[in-house]
Design a protein around this ligand. Structure first.
Ligand code: PEP
Ligand code: MG
Length: 320
């Protein structure tokens, strides 16, 4: 089985009935990118750019950022690369940025909201991203988008910065769906975003109102909770209404037990941790999309995460 897996590693994964699922990799630096390519990833589905900002005394210069982003683009050769803008705040602290002290940081100036107090950080990062070549290979991803106005504002800002730099081409601009309001408003957001990437880690935290870092709640934080599945379903339908594609880059995409449901809900891309790339591709190739769709519809009607996992065990006893 291992050998068959390696033979297929570098071709795209299709279900037995022909539905193509892009299997991409989550990275935090160029060495992950190299490893992801070696494992046969179809692209990079999430670059957590916090890696460039952490464990240092000051923010990386624009030139340093351009060099890092270009190295990742080059490593992936012609495959697509999603780079997420800085997602500080909440559980991801960068002390030298001196963001305001907050009583509830997880509900505060996280992700794109940090631009409300430090707009130059996002401007510098977007300007660096606009300078990679070829821009057609780059997809910019915005974390913590909550409202339509935010994507409209940042898209306009990308246009202004590109014009200032004399760049006529525009990279795809997508948004994380990791706040319940964004999932609920997916149909509106899909008019302004080129793609969605579902951040199941934060979407679970905010939907359940349970801190993703609290060990007492960890057992209940399950992205297969039907509440989450319904939000994912809403997100996919919203995207489809405007012919946009949807990925999942949270940890649930790397769970073999969850893959059939995500595929069945109509997700187009799964972005997984480096070691899971071949296994997720291999699993997709054994699935029937039609069966996954029926399974997902059944899961949406269940009442608990346990019931969903039970259904998965019953249907895929051998793989889980
Ligand atoms: C998520 O929230 O699911 C996600 C992928 O982003 P992060 O884990 O970096 O917050
Ligand atoms: Mg997140």
């Amino acid at each position: 089985r291992r050998q068959a897996m390696m033979v297929h590693a570098h071709s795209h994964a299709r279900t037995v009935d022909g539905r193509e699922i892009e299997v991409a990799v989550n990275i935090a630096g160029v060495s992950d990118a190299q490893e992801g390519v070696r494992m046969g990833a179809d692209g990079v589905g999430l670059t957590r750019t916090e890696f460039l900002f952490s464990e240092r005394q000051s923010a990386p210069s624009i030139q340093e950022q351009v060099t890092s982003y270009q190295a990742i683009i080059d490593t992936l050769a012609h495959k697509p690369v999603i780079i997420r803008t800085l997602d500080v705040g909440g559980d991801k602290e960068v002390p030298y940025l001196q963001l305001p002290q907050e009583e509830n940081p997880v509900l505060g100036l996280r992700g794109v909201r940090s631009a409300l107090v430090r707009p130059e950080l996002l401007d510098v990062q977007l300007s660096a991203l606009l300078q990679v070549k070829p821009l057609s290979q780059l997809r910019i991803l915005l974390p913590m988008i909550t409202q339509v106005a935010e994507i409209k504002h940042i898209r306009a800002r990308v246009d202004e910065l590109a014009t200032q730099l004399g760049i006529s081409e525009r990279p795809q601009l997508g948004i994380m769906i990791e706040v319940p309001a964004a999932a609920i408003m997916a149909e509106s957001l899909a008019k302004y975003a080129d793609f969605f990437s579902i951040g199941s880690n934060d979407l679970t935290q905010y939907t359940m109102a349970m801190d993703r870092c609290n060990p007492h709640l960890a057992a209940q934080l399950d992205a297969l909770n039907p509440a989450l599945l319904r939000l994912i379903d809403m997100t996919v339908k919203g995207a489809q209404a405007h012919q946009k594609w949807v990925g999942v880059c949270g940890a649930v995409a790397s769970e073999l037990e969850a893959v059939p449901i995500l595929v069945g809900l109509g997700v187009n891309e799964l972005s997984v941790s480096v070691p899971l790339v071949p296994e997720v591709k291999d699993l997709v190739r054994t699935l029937s999309f039609a069966d996954c769709q029926r399974l997902a519809q059944d899961a949406l009607r269940l009442e608990s995460a346990e019931a969903v996992r039970g259904l998965m065990k019953q249907s895929f006893g051998k793989t889980s």
